[in-house]
Design a protein around this ligand. Structure first.
Ligand code: C2E
Ligand code: MG
Ligand code: MG
Length: 570
């Protein structure tokens, strides 16, 4: 070959390479910023340039350690090019560190039967820079995508991913095969208290991954922040999912060593039966159902129904219109007599609120939960106390003995540090002797509330006002805790009484009831049974020395005039 021809060919080859690089830059710039697209582009590019670069094989090793975004880290080895003619063992390799403190190593093997010249290596260095630069860009793009679509603390998808996925299923017309869930963990506050500093996040991460373990192809769980999760579960697995989330075991490092805790959940469920139009079509029903589960029905699982949304809307109306209706005198007292069991004489009454609105009497089951939500209930409690004071003042002035009238006081009142003073102020205003008043507090499972309750009971006692524990047996309090409370009366919830004399009565019911009564009495408390409806129930209570009862058997809650007729005209 003559010199001229050789130079011309060399120039042509250099031009081809230049063109090749230019094209390559353009292709890379237009490649989507994720690793798979990057690998695919690199493979295509190397196919065209391998000959000029004298390479027989190219591989890249990525080694990314665990980091907050990819807790499992990332390891990968990809062959970007391999010649059919084979390659030799002579290699050229460069390692770069990545932003996440990992490494990216590019290794080139020379064409079969050749070794790399210094000029080749210079070319390979340029090629490596190019591959490394665009590889980093792809990885960052992928991380960014992950951050945008996932919850950082737990690594599971976030809300926008959840919604996007729901609409993908919607497009495929398969969304109606799913139940949507809104979950809250049950005892996370407690868990945060027992785990070591900063372990709360670890618990959340494990909890999320346990939920993810349950999922099969097509299902999804996402975190909204805090302990709020949403999930899409195939309808035929919905019951199994509810079982699964009712107690998820997690082992954690606590102040006292390793401990396995069980995390329960409350869930609002929506059986998706219609295609979705907007994200509200999925979010609104599940949040309404969860809200109902938590603050109205106190159940672990509540399914959304149209009825339920009506109830919530009504509840919101209750709160909005509350002050106005209270002023108009729409909230009134009904009285249910309390009866001594030994001689069936009336020894007092429980004051129960009724809402007379637009000519209808609305039961507390409808409006109390709504007022309980934000503490508005305290205003009602004081209004009922006021009405009771007015009555007592009148009865006493008429020479009548009203006995003890009990008023329900929501636990929200415990947050009022001036509660005792506020109650006394009301009694003084109407000149009512504290001996006529009893305050009913519902039992609680929160230890902090217990302490507050104990404190108030003691202070009320000092003022001569009796307190009682309402609905005993429905919460989780134990008698051993009660012994520290200066409470006069234990009101046993009607759930305990209900089965007595029923065809499906369990023998244990009677045993539990009689031992609760004798233990309470041993602690100097009087015992009142709620919801007594049958003679048999009354007889049993008499046999086990219960002091008082309340219930339809004797009388329903009555409007004041009817109560007066019953009590004072004998
Ligand atoms: P509670 O304090 O446990 O009141 C007893 C409930 O049992 C009353 O329901 C009463 O009507 C009902 N009851 C009485 N005897 C029987 C019976 O023999 N059988 C059956 N099945 N039920 C019986 P009510 O009046 O609907 O009140 C429900 C709950 O609403 C009350 O339960 C109380 O927790 C709450 N509540 C009512 N008024 C007030 C109030 O002024 N303030 C607060 N904070 N809560 C109130
Ligand atoms: Mg009560
Ligand atoms: Mg009760």
């Amino acid at each position: 070959m003559d010199d001229k021809k050789f130079i011309a060919e060399l120039e042509e080859q250099q031009n081809r390479e230049k063109e090749g690089y230019k094209e390559l830059l353009e292709v890379f710039i237009n490649t989507p910023m994720d690793l798979e697209s990057y690998f695919a582009t690199s493979q295509k590019a190397l196919l065209g340039l391998a000959d000029a670069l004298m390479v027989g094989k190219v591989k890249v090793n990525l080694d990314i350690p665990s980091n907050p975004i990819l807790p499992a880290g990332y390891k990968d080895e990809r062959v970007l090019f391999q010649s059919e003619a084979g390659f030799s063992q002579d290699s050229y390799s460069e390692t770069y560190s990545t932003t996440e403190q990992g490494t990216a190593t590019y290794t080139f093997y020379s064409k079969k039967g050749t070794i790399f010249t210094e000029d080749n290596k210079k070319e390979l260095h340029h090629m490596t820079l190019l591959l490394y630069g665009f590889g980093g860009r792809a990885r960052m793009g992928q991380l960014l995508q992950h951050v945008i679509t996932h919850d950082i603390a737990t690594g599971i998808p976030n809300l926008s991913t959840f919604i996007r996925y729901a609409f993908e299923l919607n497009e495929k017309n398969t969304i109606t095969d799913y139940d949507a869930y809104f979950l809250n963990t049950k005892n996370f506050k407690y868990i945060n208290r027992i785990v070591k500093y900063q372990q709360g996040d670890v618990v959340m991460m494990r909890y999320a991954s346990k939920i993810r373990d349950f999922l099969i192809e097509g299902e999804m769980v996402a975190r909204l922040g805090g302990d709020n999760y949403v999930a899409l579960i195939r309808r035929d697995r919905s019951k199994a999912f509810q079982d699964y989330i009712s107690g998820i075991e997690i082992t954690i490092d606590t102040e006292r060593g390793m401990k396995t805790i069980v995390i329960g959940a409350v869930a609002g469920v929506y059986e998706i039966r219609e295609p979705l139009a907007t994200s509200a079509d999925i979010m609104m029903p599940i949040s309404m159902a969860l809200q109902t589960a938590k603050s109205i029905l106190h159940q672990d699982v509540v399914y959304y129904t149209k009825d339920l949304s009506q109830r919530i809307l009504e509840g919101q109306k209750v709160v909005i219109d509350f002050d106005e209706c209270l002023e108009k005198g729409e909230y009134v007292v009904y009285l249910q007599p309390k009866v001594r069991i030994v001689d069936e004489t009336i020894c007092g009454a429980e004051a129960l609120a009724r809402w007379i609105h637009e000519g209808q009497m609305i039961s507390p089951a409808t409006f109390i939960p709504a007022l309980e939500k934000d503490g508005t209930i305290c205003k009602l409690d004081f209004e009922i106390l006021r009405q009771v004071c007015v009555l007592i003042k009148r009865w006493v002035s008429e020479g009548k003995d009203p006995g003890k009238i009990s008023v329900n006081f929501s636990r929200w009142n415990l947050r009022n540090i001036n509660l005792v003073e506020d109650v006394m102020k009301m009694l003084n205003e109407y000149d009512v002797d504290p001996k006529y008043i009893e305050l009913e507090l519902t039992e609680t499972m929160e230890l902090e509330e217990y302490a507050m309750m104990a404190n108030f009971a003691e202070r009320f006692k000092k003022m001569g006002i009796a307190t009682s524990i309402d609905d005993f047996g429905t919460g989780h309090s134990s008698l051993s805790l009660l012994k520290n409370l200066e409470v006069e009366v234990l009101k046993i919830d009607r759930e305990f009484i209900k089965e007595i004399g029923n065809y499906n009565e369990n023998k244990k019911d009677r045993v539990i009831l009689s031992s609760v009564i004798s233990m309470a009495k041993a602690m100097d408390m009087q015992v009142l049974a709620e919801g007594v409806e049958t003679m048999e129930q009354k007889q049993f209570l008499k046999d086990v020395d219960c002091d008082m009862f309340q219930g339809f058997l004797f009388s329903k809650p009555l409007p004041v005039d009817e109560f007066e007729k019953l009590v004072y005209t004998k």
